[in-house]
Design a protein around this ligand. Structure first.
Ligand SMILES: Cc1ncc(COP(=O)(O)O)c(C=O)c1O
Length: 483
């Protein structure tokens, strides 16, 4: 506290000692410009000296131009101390490492065309918030909060909320996955799950085999860690196994992982057939390349029965890391996903989770668990399948009617992927932007410089009217560019 370290001696006049003390405090910046000094009465009481001594000290300081008085208000510090007045300018650019540089360069939110109010945007593949079951979720919140609010608001376990983990074991069992030698770690969505694996199980310069095109955020996660991506083509028939075999032969000893999205692949929307899932799994097993399986929106199948995830072929083996997410089937804002993998690997990753974000919010996990375990989830899935299924069929019909595309890909999900003939989709986007329609240029999803004639159309948050209007404009613009 100010003045607590001032000891008055009897060798010098008191006012000189007080003046020197205040000068010292001001020069060190401990009494900033315009700060108010204690009143003479307060200070005389505090220091147990006469008020005249304080008055004399303040007068001397005033004469030196270090303090000033405002009638009826008091005495204030007046300092032109460099420490206080000059700006501190750190050049943070100089601190940036390759990780932050790459994430910034690849940040499409910052670097790509932005939506303007009134435009029809096919950019997003986020769920339609209007469908969210607000009443049921509110009930789950109140119920869980009443039952164990104190527990949920306190620190929890890094692995996750046990009832939710148990629920997910059961959920994966129902998908045909044998989880007996595996365990689950709760993560903040798919993206954190992938980042956890990549940042702990790979080192800069490692090789990862991935579909081309693939999820742009996954490309960003892998590239920001300095990994080399080996692209395997996807064409209108799905994964190109010939290309895969060539790449396996060429890079076989170098490849650390393969990353694959077998259901409603982003951006193509394709679903890998059961035969190809076996084929892919067996190839990876043969070459001893562990699989990172992205199961992000498996549930959104409209036209056929559920297809087993690749990790269900792994049974008692441990070669597949499955990453699940509730971002498309439920609420992306909750940021809840899970990693299902070998028990000892999950045990190690649990420590990483504890060392980074400690755990996923227990309150969020508790509410989600409550919501999932009553019948609301089943009802919601049924409702969304029908809703998005109708939208998917409608968007597909419009694309076929209005757009001359070489191939239209997509078996379900929340988007369609178009391969155009002789059209540069960046040029197309530029022209469509002028007509207030935007979409995702496909090159963003390629790990090489391909895809300039492709685009992704996300329709989940658009009305049928806007879907038709927007697709018609895209079709007309293609015709204009072709003419
Ligand atoms: C291929 C893919 N995986 C996963 C996700 C979900 O990521 P998250 O759970 O981090 O929201 C998305 C979202 O668009 C995606 O496209």
């Amino acid at each position: 506290m100010l003045f607590s370290d001032l000891t008055i001696n009897d060798k010098e006049p008191i006012y000189i000692q007080i003046k020197r003390y205040l000068e010292d405090m001001i020069s060190k910046g401990l009494l900033p410009h315009n700060s108010k000094l204690p009143s003479t009465r307060e200070l005389s009481l505090l220091l147990n000296v006469s008020r005249n001594s304080i008055l004399a000290a303040y007068e001397e300081l005033k004469l030196d131009g270090i303090v000033y008085s405002v009638s009826g208000k008091g005495t204030f510090v007046k300092c032109n101390n460099n420490i206080n007045n000059s700006n501190w300018k750190v050049n943070w650019r100089n601190f940036e490492n390759d990780y932050i540089k790459t994430t910034n360069e690849m940040d499409i939110i910052k670097n790509e065309i932005k939506w303007k109010s009134g435009q029809i945007s096919f950019k997003s593949i986020a769920p339609d918030g209007e469908l969210f079951d607000m009443e049921e979720l509110k009930k789950s919140f109140l119920n869980r909060f009443n039952l164990e609010g104190h527990k949920l608001l306190n620190y929890g376990y890094a692995q996750g909320y046990k009832p939710l983990i148990d629920y997910l074991h059961n959920y994966m069992n129902k998908k045909g996955v044998d989880t007996s030698n595996k365990d689950i770690l709760m993560v903040n969505g798919f993206t954190e799950g992938l980042n956890l694996i990549i940042s702990t199980l790979t080192t800069k310069g490692d090789y990862i085999l991935c579909e081309n095109p693939t999820h742009n955020t996954s490309i960003k996660v892998m590239k920001s860690h300095g990994l080399n991506l080996i692209p395997v083509s996807i064409n209108e028939n799905g994964l190109d196994f010939e290309d895969l075999s060539e790449k396996l032969e060429k890079y076989k000893d170098k490849i650390k992982f393969s990353y694959i999205t077998p259901s409603y692949h982003n951006p193509t929307g394709m679903v890998m057939s059961p035969e190809n899932r076996y084929k892919f799994y067996n190839l990876m097993k043969k070459y001893n390349i562990p699989i990172i399986e992205d199961g992000f929106n498996e549930e959104l199948l409209y036209s056929s029965s559920h297809i087993f995830p690749i990790c269900s072929l792994d049974n008692k083996s441990n070669g597949v890391i499955y990453i699940g997410s509730f971002s498309k089937i439920l609420f992306p804002g909750l940021r809840i996903g899970w990693l299902l993998a070998d028990k000892s690997l999950i045990n190690s990753l649990e420590s990483v989770k504890r060392a980074t974000t400690i755990h996923v919010s227990f309150l969020d996990q508790g509410i989600l668990y409550d919501y999932l375990q009553n019948s609301a989830f089943e009802k919601y899935i049924k409702k969304t399948r029908k809703y998005y299924g109708d939208k998917f069929n409608f968007a597909l019909k419009c694309v076929k009617k209005y757009i001359k595309a070489e191939h239209v890909l997509g078996d379900g999900g929340l988007h369609l992927f178009l391969i155009l003939k002789n059209i540069n989709s960046r040029k197309l986007l530029e022209e469509c932007y002028k007509k207030d329609v935007i979409f995702m240029p496909g090159d963003l999803f390629y790990v090489d410089d391909k895809g300039e004639n492709t685009l992704r159309l996300g329709f989940s948050r658009l009305s049928n009217e806007d879907i038709e209007k927007g697709i018609k404009i895209i079709g007309q613009t293609i015709d204009e560019l072709n003419s």
